[in-house]
Design a protein around this ligand. Structure first.
Ligand SMILES: [Zn+2]
Length: 355
């Protein structure tokens, strides 16, 4: 039996905004397909929003937050590119969807550097072809940061749990790069803001490794990053998320990766989650930030795992059993017709961990 929210379910403040719809590219590029349908599309968030409204959880709009929160996590020059780069691209005659075709490589002598070409600027900051930029992308990405920070404020002010319905997702974005459908890393931005109240653990349950979040806290002793994800030997983003990546310097031991095999089912997933939650508990964080990807689902069109609705309910209950202030932020999940039920089921588990 899965948990459905009811009148007996404790309340859950949910922050959401319609601004995400401004990011609505017509296509993306993926390996082996000249042009692909856009997996990361507005209908995803609208489906979850409809389901949480049906569940009668209170929703509220985001409040504007100063750009200093973003600058604490991202290179100011990348923020400027995301704000102005598209217009420069269009002025230069670039097509309506901005996707670079040339990318920097750190192996170039001196690391390379971007020329004045808008193509160079795009390929300097972006690392893949699956992250198209259109006229409204910056507005949507910036609104998602406000959603995350508003939800973080609610937890900092004493709520046991809050949920930020963030889109586009964020965990693939690092200090000076973006990609993987992500522009700004809102989980990292929120985690950095929440360190005002003590140590923060980021639990990343998206099927893809959160390379950006890992990088941002790689040397940080005050933020733990723990991720369960498809093994990089078969799952995007391919270059990180291996089990031997544990952080460096003062952050050594503050990163933990649990890569999972193709087709991992509920039992094996929950076994790995038990290990992850023990690591979180041992860290004794003041706040837990959950990068809530729903692309672990058996229905997901791009994820490689096979978690069921019952599995998501159990995942939610285990997170609730931590009994720590918890901020949930939406990351991936692309089975649009299932997203509403999956989100409310997992959230119901968080709210009623003994259920
Ligand atoms: Zn994902």
């Amino acid at each position: 039996m899965t948990d459905r929210p009811s009148d007996a379910t404790p309340s859950l403040p949910i922050v959401l905004s319609d601004e995400h719809r401004a990011h609505d590219p017509a296509f993306e590029l993926n390996a082996g397909q000249a042009i692909s349908p856009v997996y990361e599309r507005p209908e995803r968030l609208d489906a979850i929003a409809a389901a949480v409204r049906d569940a009668r959880w209170p929703t509220l709009p985001p409040l504007p937050h100063d750009v200093s929160h973003l600058r604490a996590v991202h290179d100011p020059a990348m923020i400027s590119f995301l704000q102005d780069g598209y217009d420069a691209w269009r002025r230069d005659g670039g097509p309506e969807v901005m996707i670079p075709d040339t990318f920097r490589s750190p192996r170039w002598a001196g690391g390379g550097r971007p020329s004045a070409s808008p193509q160079a600027q795009a390929g300097w900051w972006c690392f893949d072809t699956a992250t198209p930029i259109v006229a409204g992308s910056y507005r949507a990405a910036r609104a998602a940061v406000d959603v995350a920070l508003t939800a973080a404020d609610i937890v900092a002010d004493g709520a046991p749990v809050a949920y930020g319905l963030t889109r586009p997702p964020g965990h693939h974005a690092g200090y000076d790069y973006f990609g993987g459908f992500c522009f700004f890393n809102h989980a990292a931005t929120a985690a950095r803001r929440l360190t005002d109240g003590g140590r923060v653990a980021v639990l990343d349950i998206d099927v893809h490794h959160g390379n950006g979040t890992q990088d941002l806290f790689w040397r940080d002793p005050d933020v733990l990053y723990v991720s369960l994800h498809g093994d990089p030997d078969h799952e995007y983003p391919y270059f990180s998320g291996f089990a031997d990546e544990v952080g460096e310097g003062p952050g050594r031991g503050r990163t933990r990766n649990l890569p999972l095999g193709r087709g991992t089912s509920d039992v094996d997933y929950l076994h790995a989650l038990t290990i992850a939650l023990e690591v979180v508990d041992d860290f004794d964080p003041a706040t837990v930030v959950v990068s809530l990807g729903l692309d672990t689902s058996e229905h997901d069109p791009i994820g490689s795992l096979a978690v069921t609705l019952d599995g998501l309910s159990s995942i939610g209950r285990r997170i609730g059993q931590l009994q720590r202030p918890t901020l949930l932020l939406q990351e991936g999940g692309y089975a649009v017709e299932h997203l509403g039920a999956m989100a409310t089921t997992l959230l119901g588990g968080v709210l009623t961990p003994g259920g």
